[in-house]
Design a protein around this ligand. Structure first.
Ligand code: SF4
Ligand code: SF4
Length: 189
């Protein structure tokens, strides 16, 4: 199976599983998704405050060389829960498949955890100590929100949508969402 085929299957599977969740559970995922988006926007603002876009443009996105496993089940759920159309990845490219001609294919609020919480020394060095402390407090809050979704749906989703697909679905024959999100009688081992 190519990466594109895995992506298509994983997205289709997760869309179906999410649609099968009871309405109150979907609403809870939507609430946490909005919280995640706000936190990511706030984290992005720190890089913007020191003109991160210009710094990143001048280095031509070194840290976006590879990112295949950065985009997770949680990131996909944020798109599904908020009704945002999902972007089309480019698995034929040499760099991260989610990098487009003008930058990341995702807006900051939907960018993966690994990406939105990473500032290289060029960026971080320009933040005041108090700003750095605030940045790390936000990162912690974001991690807790992601954990909330994991606990709600009964799985571990910080290692990449494609990785979950390869491990949970292809190797173990399980659904992507864990026991609380599964209505076919299967349970996590
Ligand atoms: S965060 Fe640093 S390494 Fe990544 S694109 Fe920006 S300047 Fe380059
Ligand atoms: S997902 Fe976006 S920000 Fe992250 S590595 Fe890929 S292109 Fe860069």
């Amino acid at each position: 199976m190519t990466n594109q085929e895995k992506w298509n299957s994983a997205v289709a599977l997760l869309s179906g599983e999410y649609a099968s969740l009871p309405a109150p559970l979907q609403e809870e995922v939507r609430r946490i998704s909005r919280q995640i988006m706000l936190l990511k926007d706030e984290l992005h603002d720190f890089a913007e405050s020191v003109d991160g876009a210009a710094i990143c443009a001048s280095c031509q996105g070194e840290c976006c060389a590879s990112g295949k496993y950065h985009f997770t089940v949680i990131d996909t759920l944020v798109f599904l829960a908020t009704g945002k159309p999902l972007f089309v990845p480019r698995f034929d490219a040499e760099h991260c498949p989610y990098l487009g001609d003008t930058g990341c294919l995702m807006e900051p609020a939907t960018r993966p955890f690994n990406c939105i919480t990473f500032n290289c020394e060029r960026i971080e060095g320009m933040l005041e100590p108090s700003e750095q402390a605030r940045f790390y407090a936000l990162e912690k809050a974001l991690r807790l929100s992601c954990r909330e979704i994991e606990d709600l749906l009964g799985g571990r989703y910080m290692h990449g949508l494609l990785m979950n697909f390869e491990h949970d679905v292809q190797e173990e024959g399980r659904p992507l969402l864990g026991e609380r999100g599964n209505f076919n009688g299967h349970r996590h081992q």
